[in-house]
Design a protein around this ligand. Structure first.
Ligand SMILES: NC(=O)c1ccc[n+]([C@@H]2O[C@H](COP(=O)([O-])OP(=O)(O)OC[C@H]3O[C@@H](n4cnc5c(N)ncnc54)[C@H](OP(=O)(O)O)[C@@H]3O)[C@@H](O)[C@H]2O)c1
Length: 252
């Protein structure tokens, strides 16, 4: 029996990854602020469990409580493998750094950096104590590797996730736990996040016209195709290169 914990399941890539796991007979626990009734239906059709936990990933105390409740539901089943998919993230605040409010920046870092780190740390500890094999991924972005005008917060949090991933993998290898932790760059996908990018003003985000053109020219990837690549990588545990920043471009 295998379980996957997926954050950001209410829409976009998270919904697609959760759907693909359920269709493969893998039980899914989803975390987001809003629920997703479609996933309840897909779970029923495939005779597997889908449980949704409503949690604001900008609130670290709430994350700890939620992970404790999720652990109580998952670990008694003694899963063979536990998949952790840190997919939820925000792009905002989009603006020149001089105009960014400290409170908005702080919320952004809590959702994009602190939450995936806390979730990975807590589940690695539980999996280790219970002798359960864990495969974890955090969804990163090409913005981790290049400065983008207006995206100082997003570029910084995605870069921090890449280094966190490499550090955790180094420790897990040294400790010979067998657990695998990677990052995954999904490329540009047709989601609500891209809609919000196209709504930016030129003053806050100078590449806005280029991103409008991506949509017009049909260059945004489908989340199910991207999710399929990610799920295939995660399920092939023996061949996962620990700490690697995987890129969908190498597959699609
Ligand atoms: N779309 C792209 O082109 C693109 C490109 C590169 C990387 N990525 C990365 O791919 C991942 C998925 O992106 P997407 O495009 O699918 O995004 P999306 O459509 O905006 O969906 C984001 C998901 O994250 C959840 N979320 C956001 N803030 C949250 C919070 N405070 N607490 C709990 N959940 C929260 C949302 O759920 P609720 O609002 O219901 O809470 C939603 O389910 C992200 O890590 C993103 O950075 C996307």
């Amino acid at each position: 029996m295998n379980f996957a914990v997926v954050t950001g399941v209410s829409r976009g890539l998270g919904q697609s990854v959760a759907t693909l796991f359920l269709e493969l007979g893998i039980h899914v626990v989803g975390i987001s602020r809003s629920s997703n009734e479609k996933l309840d239906e897909i779970a029923k059709q495939n005779n597997v469990i889908f449980r949704h936990f409503s949690c604001d990933l900008g609130n670290s105390d709430h994350i700890e409580e939620t992970i404790e409740q999720i652990s109580q539901q998952i670990f008694p089943h003694e899963p063979t493998t536990l998949y952790i998919v840190n997919n939820a993230a925000v792009l905002e605040p989009i603006d020149q750094v001089m105009n960014i409010k400290s409170s908005d920046l702080s919320k952004h870092v809590r959702v994009n950096t602190i939450a995936p780190m806390v979730i990975t740390n807590l589940f690695l500890k539980k999996a280790h104590e219970m002798n359960i094999s864990m495969v974890g991924v955090t969804v990163t972005s090409g913005a981790a590797n290049r400065p983008v005008y207006g995206w100082s917060a997003y570029c910084s949090t995605k870069a921090s996730i890449n280094m966190y991933t490499q550090t955790v993998a180094l420790e897990q290898d040294e400790l010979k736990t067998g657990n695998k932790v990677i990052a995954f760059d999904p490329g540009k996908m047709d989601t609500a996040m891209q809609e919000r990018i196209r709504e930016s003003s030129h003053e806050t985000f100078i590449e806005v016209d280029i991103f409008k053109e991506y949509k017009k020219s049909n260059l945004l990837k489908d989340t199910y195709a991207v999710g399929g690549v990610l799920v295939d990588i995660l399920r092939d545990k023996g061949n996962i290169e620990n700490g690697k920043i995987y890129n969908v471009k190498d597959y699609l």
